[in-house]
Design a protein around this ligand. Structure first.
Ligand code: DC
Length: 231
């Protein structure tokens, strides 16, 4: 049986990381983990509890609540996908709302939040055979990952993709709000002190502005095969 590897996919928000990562995981029979969903679930919990006021997270109250936050990915046979559960409630849809998207970047800068979620991510990755996407997977979570990919695409293309995704799910949003949210998140993600978004030295860059998912898969197949053989 082929050896299993860890595939770390990092990059800017809305550049198609999760679609690409999910497709790779399906093809290889690997587990796909959306690390951004974990930060989103902590954000949703904090919003519901009133720990985010006027857009500013109360770091102490959020940190104090971390032991009461349980995040799981459970398979939904109807959608055929793993979905995010927060304290046993399926929150897959709610964590994608524009409100959660607006507050998740500041919440993800809280050091204790990152410590908890990185530990959870490493635990899930112990058995290998995993594709995980996020911002710090190749740099912090799995610096030893056999394959690291850093994804990017232009702001306008990313805004269009996120807008289509949200409206496709029946969520009503304004295109310019979506675009501004992406620009704001890029700035926060790249400039935070702890685990800023950056390409790992050994990550391969993929700019998919003009690529379909199938073209991206054609590009990555040979690379994966090589990494599995080398591991
Ligand atoms: O991938 P996403 O857009 O769902 O991620 C939501 C937010 O979570 C993003 O603004 C940055 C943060 N995040 C992070 O800090 N580290 C990760 N590994 C994944 C996401």
């Amino acid at each position: 049986m082929a050896k299993k590897i860890v595939i770390a996919i990092d990059g800017y928000s809305s550049c198609g990381k999760s679609t690409f990562a999910k497709t790779i995981a399906k093809e290889l029979g690997y587990i796909y983990i959306d690390s951004g969903a974990m930060y989103r679930a902590v954000t949703l919990y904090s919003m519901r509890k009133g720990y985010i006021l006027n857009g500013i997270p109360d770091d102490n109250r959020i940190t104090g609540a971390l032991d009461r936050i349980n995040i799981e990915f459970l398979y939904n046979p109807v959608s055929g996908e793993f979905e995010t559960h927060l304290n046993s409630e399926n929150v897959e849809r709610e964590i994608r709302s524009i409100d959660v998207s607006s507050y998740v970047s500041p919440v993800s800068t809280i050091p204790q939040v990152r410590t908890k979620l990185v530990a959870l991510q490493r635990q899930i990755g112990l058995s290998k055979g995993i594709v995980m996407d996020g911002r710090d997977i190749g740099t912090v979570v799995f610096p030893e990952a056999e394959l690291k990919i850093f994804m990017t695409a232009s702001v306008d293309i990313r805004a269009k993709r996120r807008y289509d995704e949200l409206t496709g799910k029946g969520i009503v949003v304004d295109f310019e709000d979506v675009r501004q949210n992406i620009i704001a998140r890029d700035i926060t993600d790249e400039n935070r002190d702890i685990s800023p978004l950056r390409r790992a030295d050994d990550a391969i860059i993929l700019d998919n502005s003009r690529m379909t998912v199938e073209q991206q898969m054609e590009w990555v197949r040979g690379i994966i095969e090589k990494k599995i053989n080398e591991s």
